[in-house]
Unconditional design. Structure first.
Length: 207
């Protein structure tokens, strides 16, 4: 006779969601087998700032895309130090989707991310530095251009500089002209850098 596995978690109904919505109960629901229950818990935990560490931990493990989306939304609503550090740690994940989702979430937190941006742009991992430049694309912070200029003047990695040049072509002003010319002179044998710097310089002149 075959064994029938007992369901420990029934589908969550609207009425059930109204029960036991205190922070401790929501943290338990965050580990529920039912992704719908985890989504509701992640959403309601926005009112529980102390839960940010638990949300970050769950984010690293969560396989359901819709649950991750809600967790990330809640973390951006919280915007506290634990949430921001957790998002930064996601940039080091082997999961490409999680890294990309964290980048998009960090773009929504310009005031919270700005104080750590110099550290990200100086990170020992060049991939993290590239991700940091990608975050700058939508950060809408007054220091974006100066940060990018510092990258193309000082970063030793070609790919990081190339990413920064692409963005300078969109946000750069006359202040970027000399740094772009210096970069072009540094990489005379790299066709892409020659092309990208020329394009950025043209856009700055036309602007």
């Amino acid at each position: 006779m075959a064994l029938i596995k007992t369901q420990t978690h029934q589908p969550i109904a609207h009425d059930e969601r109204k029960q036991a919505r205190d922070c401790n109960s929501l943290l338990l629901e965050l580990e529920n087998d039912n992704p719908m229950a985890r989504r509701w818990a992640a959403r309601d935990l926005a009112d529980c700032p102390a839960a940010s560490a638990a949300l970050v931990s769950r984010l690293q493990l969560e396989d359901d895309v819709s649950v991750r989306e809600v967790i990330l939304t809640t973390l951006t609503v919280m915007g506290n130090e634990v949430a921001v550090v957790g998002l930064v740690n996601c940039l080091r994940s082997e999961k490409v989707a999680l890294r990309n989702e964290a980048i998009e979430a960090m773009k929504q937190l310009p005031d919270e991310v700005a104080p750590i941006m110099r550290g990200l742009l100086a990170d020992a991992d060049p991939d993290v530095r590239i991700f940091a430049v990608n975050i700058l694309e939508s950060l809408r912070h007054p220091e974006v251009e100066s940060w990018l200029i510092s990258v193309i003047d000082h970063d030793p990695e070609l790919n990081v500089c190339a990413t920064a040049v692409d963005l300078l072509g969109e946000v750069g002003s006359s202040a970027s002209r000399e740094p772009l010319l210096r970069l072009k002179a540094r990489y005379t044998q790299v066709p892409y850098i020659q092309f990208a710097t020329d394009l950025a310089l043209k856009r700055i002149s036309d602007g």
